[in-house]
Design a protein around this ligand. Sequence first.
Ligand SMILES: Nc1ncnc2c1ncn2[C@@H]1O[C@H](COP(=O)(O)OP(=O)(O)OP(=O)(O)O)[C@@H](O)[C@H]1O
Length: 593
Amino acid sequence: MPKIEATSMNVAASKTQGNATSPQAVAIEARRSFMTGLGYAAILSAFINVLQLTVPLYMLQVHDRVLNSRSMDTLAMLSVLAAGALILYGILDFIRSQVFLVMGGRLVRRLNEPVLSASIRASAREGAGKAAQALRDLSDIRNFLTSHAVSAPLEAAWSPIFLTVLFMLHPGFGIAGIVSVLILIISSVAMDIFTRGLLSEANKANVEAISSIAGQIRHAEAIESMGMMAALAARWRVAQFSALHLLETGNRRGRVISTVTRTVRYGMQLFVLALGCILAIRQEISSGAMIAATIVMGRLLLPFDSVVENSRQWIMASGAWKRVRELLDGEGTERQTMPTTVAEGDLVVDRLIYAAQGQDVPIIKGISFSLSPGEVLGIIGPSAAGKSTLARLLVGIIKPTAGGVYLDGNSVYLWERTSFGQLVGYLPQSVSLLDGTIRENIARMDDGDPRAVIEAARTADVHEMIGRLPLGYDTPVGDARLTLSGGQRQRVALARCLYGHPRLIVLDEPNANLDATGEQALIRAIRSAKADGAIVIMIAHRPAIMEVADKLLVLENGRVSQYGPRTDIVSPMTGERSAPKPGPAIAQGGDRR
Ligand SMILES: Nc1ncnc2c1ncn2[C@@H]1O[C@H](COP(=O)(O)OP(=O)(O)OP(=O)(O)O)[C@@H](O)[C@H]1O
């Protein structure tokens, strides 16, 4: 999504740009706020656990006091107390659920925009489709925080309350409780050891498989027309197979452990009942104590069982959080946060070198040139010479490995993105419109001033075409809709590029889909931008539009082979030489790899 990056069309992302908080700081703050919420929930859980003793204590009292004394007053008083305690329990349980709800909502609200911006940037940088996964991860984390799985460990942490009550009822119950808890803790550790790795791998494989297929589905026309469906389905099966295999193995192991755990839990409850029975027969405890101990034992073991049962959700949620953190940590704080909205000066490309991540051989191998406002530069060269990479460097999407691109003295890469977007128009090689109306697309996904929208459309010579559409400027467009032809899309994208009189315009093959009329309109648009004082850089294979260029730069294998006034350059396309002249030194800085 390079064009989004370059023109900062994303309103949501843009709003985070203005404040100085780094994505990492937001993530740390979100985590801290989560831990604070967890602290409150833990305190509430202590009271909730105490109040869970209401039913066993009520039973104990009814059995031991009311049945012996046959006192209705005592029963009424105990019932009122128990009802009050249960109401309080309900209220606290509700408040605890709200704490998790608020925590989940707050976490998502805080991280939504940084994660969206980071996803867009990661996609622009690395073409990483899986960056979009982070947004799904955030939603999964929120769902996890509102599920029961999250509170189980907090309840388990307060198990000493129940153990104390069991010891008070009889030491035998207490010892049975400790043994049961130890067995369940061993179960949950075993669960973690035997399933965590598999489930994390399965989750990772699944995320990668879905990201990859989601990317392929976008090319539905090619898949359908050229019968690639079967081959694609086979690849999908293979990708899914490995994820499913890991998932099934992990789940099977988990199922065995949780079945054993549950059986142990029920067994220990029965044991406590039998023990209570023996103690009651020996008259060491009352029958009420026997029943109360059974219930307390059930309450003691339930959260441990729940921890084992829900461990998969914990593993998935921690995987999701890890991916979100990695995305935000990879963001870096290298962009400036101060908006700069003025750029009256030259564009200077200074000894620019760019090597893709993990590649030793640079794509751009030391380029230098400069352009003044009102100058138009045409970049030509064979396929894979590095023209589009240079265009992406010129609009600050990717970070130079060495050297830099400066507009009015400011680095285009470091520039705060929203203000930079207002000064820049970029038409990427593969044009895509965003989901929204034509008006919104031209106005860079804002409502935009209608006069400015129409002015940009007129300059791109697309105003009349839009007028003939059923809904005019309100016509919905986007990659998913086939409302416009390739040429029409390119011209709407050109209008978006020209919107707001940008100072720097970079056009990557702007005439690729245009007919002769469209090409003439494009030439008029470039002349108008030039007259307006903009710096225009255009990349083209077809020579027709180069007539509007003041200078030409011939790029070959990442190096400038010729640079100078248009009339002096030998065209690699036609082989014509207007006025022979060697490429000037300014066009050949940096190293020569
Ligand atoms: N992210 C990347 N990782 C690795 N190699 C890359 C990356 N981006 C571009 N390249 C390589 O850099 C070279 C230049 O690519 P680029 O798209 O800039 O060429 P181009 O001159 O615009 O080509 P064309 O005229 O065909 O569009 C190509 O060999 C391409 O494979």
